[in-house]
Ligand binder design. Structure first.
Ligand SMILES: [Zn+2]
Length: 284
């Protein structure tokens, strides 16, 4: 498999993969979707009973308009920056699952109403760079005399367990496609005009007595014309798919960069095949 043109941004990647097959690229897609780990909030401990504001001496109710479970779910879905070199799963940690600086990150929320609690109010205990990447997400609205005091713990997980641990989104891949236009014997101008008029997203243009394709080299656009081929029975429009050459693209939620997520997925696939190879080698 070969890597061709790449468009790489912090949270986005688009890459050409050639000399490959759809199943190989699909294996990468599935690994990106479900096996790349990241930190997400897993446990939330809510303070129950009255909450006193020491400064004013005022008492607040530890209740809000939402169930605690709903607030916990919202916190779980917030993207948290993740350094995979620094954290490991609780079950694989030297603390034997008790929780330590290598396998969990603690946060606190302490807000008193009336106000709206935002994601930015979730404060990491310790390293401030672990604050959530989407600070403007509203979590819950507090009325007068209502307060929210909670401690949250983020741990590593993968989307196989819960979607809140899903790093990559909108993962897709498309075969490279070439659009060929040449007026075949028997084909008429009105036939070509009809192709232009009916083409999805105006991808075919009729001007100066010529039919042209306007989709550039975006394989997604070329694929939209697959159905249009039938409209000219003479074969003047041809969409040729290359089943050995694909474009894969995805975005991340920011917890990992697109590059880190892609590299992790490839390493994970390699590790799994390596395990299989060793198992085969161990056969009598
Ligand atoms: Zn630990």
């Amino acid at each position: 498999m070969e890597l061709g043109a790449v468009e790489l941004r912090q949270r986005k990647l688009r890459a050409d993969l050639s000399a490959t097959t759809a199943s190989q690229v699909n294996a990468i897609r599935r690994t990106l979707l479900s096996d790349v780990p990241k930190l997400a909030i897993e446990d939330v401990e809510f303070h129950l009973g009255p909450i006193r504001d020491e400064a004013s001496g005022k008492d607040y109710d530890s209740s809000t308009s939402m169930f605690d479970e709903a607030i916990a779910l919202r916190l779980g879905l917030l993207p948290v920056p993740t350094d995979l070199g620094q954290y490991r799963r609780k079950s694989e940690c030297t603390c034997k699952g008790e929780g330590c600086v290598h396998c969990q990150v603690m946060y606190s929320i302490d807000k008193k109403g009336p106000c709206t609690v935002y994601a930015r109010d979730l404060l990491p205990l310790g390293d401030p760079t672990l604050a959530t990447l989407e600070p403007e997400v509203p979590i819950v609205r507090l009325g007068a005399r209502q307060a929210l005091l909670a401690y949250a713990t983020a741990v590593l997980g993968t989307a196989r367990e819960h979607a809140k641990w899903q790093v990559a989104q909108a993962v897709g891949f498309y075969p490279k496609a070439e659009v060929k236009i040449s007026k075949r014997p028997g084909c008429t101008e009105s036939c070509l005009k009809r192709l232009a008029e009916t083409s999805p997203s105006g991808l075919l243009e009729w001007s100066g007595g010529k039919l042209t394709y306007t989709g550039g080299d975006d394989p997604e656009k070329a694929l939209l014309l697959v159905g249009s081929q039938r409209l000219c029975e003479h074969g003047s429009l041809e969409v040729k798919l290359d089943e050995t050459h694909f474009q894969i693209r995805f975005e991340t939620d920011g917890s990992l960069s697109a590059r880190e997520a892609f590299r992790y997925a490839l390493k994970d696939l390699k590790r799994r095949f390596e395990e299989l190879r060793e198992a085969v080698q161990a056969l009598p």
